[in-house]
Design a protein around this ligand. Structure first.
Ligand SMILES: Nc1ncnc2c1ncn2[C@@H]1O[C@H](COP(=O)(O)OP(=O)(O)OP(=O)(O)O)[C@@H](O)[C@H]1O
Length: 304
């Protein structure tokens, strides 16, 4: 099993008695791109701020690189790069000069500036004043800044917020390259599952401060029950036969649908219908889109 990079246990943050983050157990392994998902206000930023030592948890523990954050804060934070909220720049200065200001604080070699500009594909724009940059370029510059200190872990809070599709694509490709090319583990938050689907190796979904799902996207897809749809010659009567077998369905526009029906139950129902002289024209599994599953998870707040 891969080394665990971030582990929280019972992580909780309360504001005026109300939990913004509620007993959260995060587990992020080395090389993961961990998509931290949840609707607005779910507690993603609050969690990230605790991971970066910017605010104190009310209770629970945080271990990063196997060490307790509270005890080894500076040593741990030195190994993390982060982008939380929109980064601020000196607009009249170039990308290089903005990075130089941060480089001096971090005391890394000057050559690192060229390296990070290359990683985020800003080399050819590096001497232009930042005030003329698009939002996507500014975000990439923010990621370049977070990479200056050669981090092993990158924490990005909604880095694609407000970007157009091409900007989102650029950031996504950049994030995808992090574990493969640079050995960097990534925690990236978003409120859109679709964005994560194309890059995350694992997702954690939170709702009202609580983890409702934490696993791979494939498992999210598989663990969700599918609806079964049937088209038969006498649907009203078929509905009663199904009820008799313990399958509660509904009839809409001539189509019978049954939520989360197991294979054996489908076979049983079809057999009974045929035995009763019905014609079964169609049996279809109606697949939910990943977005439907996500909405179901964050809507119900229960694991699927
Ligand atoms: N400093 C604070 N004081 C009081 N309540 C707060 C504070 N910070 C956050 N909250 C509350 O905690 C909850 C979680 O907020 P948080 O910003 O972590 O959510 P989020 O998932 O990052 O949402 P968004 O996508 O909108 O940024 C919200 O109900 C918010 O109002």
């Amino acid at each position: 099993m891969n080394e665990i990079i971030i582990q929280t246990e019972g992580l909780t943050k309360k504001y005026r008695g109300r939990a913004a983050v509620d007993h959260l157990n995060l587990e992020i392994a080395k090389g993961d791109i961990y998509g931290f998902l949840g609707p607005n206000g779910a507690g993603k930023t609050t969690t990230i701020r605790m991971l970066l030592g910017l605010i104190q948890p009310t209770s629970g523990s945080i271990h990063i690189f196997g060490r307790e954050l509270q005890r080894d804060k500076l040593a741990i934070l030195r190994r993390i790069g982060s982008l939380v909220e929109s980064p601020s720049y000196y607009g009249h200065l170039s990308a290089i000069d903005n990075l130089e200001a941060i480089r001096r604080i971090l005391q890394v070699p000057k050559s690192r500036i060229d390296e990070v500009l290359e990683i985020v594909s800003l080399t050819s724009e590096a001497r232009r004043p930042v005030k003329g940059f698009s939002l996507g370029m500014k975000q990439r510059l923010g990621i370049a800044a977070s990479l200056l200190g050669n981090p092993e872990l990158l924490i990005l809070d909604e880095p694609t917020n407000g970007l157009d599709p091409s900007g989102i694509h650029e950031i996504r490709e950049l994030i995808k390259s992090m574990p493969q090319q640079y050995g960097i583990t990534v925690l990236v938050s978003s409120h859109l599952l679709g964005e994560m689907e194309l890059m995350a190796s694992k997702v954690g979904i939170i709702r009202e401060g609580r983890m409702v799902f934490q696993d791979t996207i494939d498992n999210l897809r598989q663990r969700s029950a599918h609806d079964m749809e049937l088209v038969v010659s006498e649907p009203d009567e078929a509905l009663w036969i199904a009820r008799d077998l313990g399958a509660a369905g509904k009839l809409q526009s001539g189509i019978l649908s049954f939520p989360g029906m197991a294979d054996a139950q489908v076979a049983h129902l079809v057999k009974r219908l045929v035995e009763n002289g019905h014609s079964v024209y169609r049996v279809e599994q109606k697949k939910k889109s990943l977005e439907d599953i996500f909405m179901q998870v964050i809507g119900e707040g229960a694991a699927v």
